[in-house]
Ligand binder design. Structure first.
Ligand code: ZN
Length: 217
C-alpha cells in the first residue's frame, strides 16, 4: 500500500502532457488533452454521482443529429483563421520586400528603396513566423469532440483601439460529470453567445473551445 500513499500525497499541479493547470485532484484524466492519470498510479477513479446533466447527456447518442454533429468538420475557429490570413499576408509582404530589394540592386535604384525593401522583408518574415507559431502551438493539442452542457459563462472585453474584443469563458460539463472552463473568442456582435443550459458537442483543443455544435436533448 506504500505506492497508494505516495500517490495520494503527491499532488498534481499541471498536466504532464499539455501543461494545463489541474483544478481537481480526483480527476482520472486531463480534461483538456485526455491524458490519463489513473492509468499511471490508479489513485483517481473519477466516478461521479450521477447528475441531472449526466442523465441528459446520456440521451444524446439517440438524437438523429448526433452522428452528423460528431463527424462534421467545423474547422479551427475564427481565431485560427485570422492567424492563417496573418501568415499569408506576412508571406506576401516578405515576397514584396525580396522583389523590391532585388530590383533596386539590379536596377541601381536609390539606397532608400533598398532600405524600404529590407523593412518589408523583416516585417513580413516576423508576421509570417509569428502567425505560423500560433497555429502550430494550437495544433499541438488534440481536437476533442465531446457531448456537454454549458453550465456557466462569463466574458472579458478588451479594448483594441476603439473596438471592444469580447472573449467568452464557458464552463462545460461532460457526459462523465467532469467539468472545466474553456476559452471561446467572440464571433462578433451578430453572433449570440451560448446560453446556460444549452447542450451539444464541444470541439476543444486544450483550454480552447474551438466550435460548438448544438444538439438538443
Ligand atoms: Zn493535459
Amino acid at each position: 500500500m506504500a505506492s497508494m500513499e505516495a500517490a495520494q500525497t503527491q499532488q498534481r499541479t499541471n498536466c504532464s502532457v499539455c501543461g494545463s493547470k489541474i483544478v481537481r485532484q480526483d480527476m482520472p484524466y486531463c480534461i483538456y488533452c485526455g491524458n490519463n492519470f489513473a492509468m499511471m498510479d490508479g489513485s483517481a477513479t473519477g466516478k461521479r454521482k450521477e447528475t441531472r446533466n449526466m442523465t441528459r447527456l446520456a440521451k444524446m447518442p439517440e438524437h438523429d443529429d448526433f452522428e452528423a454533429a460528431l463527424t462534421r468538420d467545423r474547422g479551427e475557429g475564427p481565431e485560427f483563421d485570422r492567424w492563417r490570413r496573418g501568415a499569408k499576408s506576412g508571406r506576401t509582404t516578405l515576397l514584396f520586400g525580396i522583389i523590391i530589394t532585388g530590383l533596386a540592386v539590379v536596377m541601381n535604384w536609390p539606397t532608400a528603396v533598398i532600405v524600404l525593401g529590407g523593412i518589408a522583408m523583416a516585417l513580413g518574415l516576423f508576421q509570417f513566423l509569428k502567425n505560423k507559431g500560433l497555429q502550430s502551438e494550437r495544433l499541438k493539442m488534440p481536437l476533442m469532440k465531446r457531448p456537454c452542457v454549458v453550465t456557466d459563462r462569463r466574458s472579458e472585453t478588451e479594448m483594441q483601439f476603439t473596438t471592444g474584443i469580447t472573449t467568452y469563458f464557458f464552463s462545460l460539463e461532460f457526459g462523465d460529470g467532469n467539468e472545466a472552463e474553456f476559452r471561446f473568442p467572440g464571433r462578433g456582435y451578430h453572433t449570440e453567445p451560448l446560453s446556460k443550459g444549452i447542450t451539444g458537442i464541444a470541439h476543444t483543443r486544450g483550454t480552447e473551445l474551438v466550435e460548438f455544435e448544438q444538439v438538443r436533448v
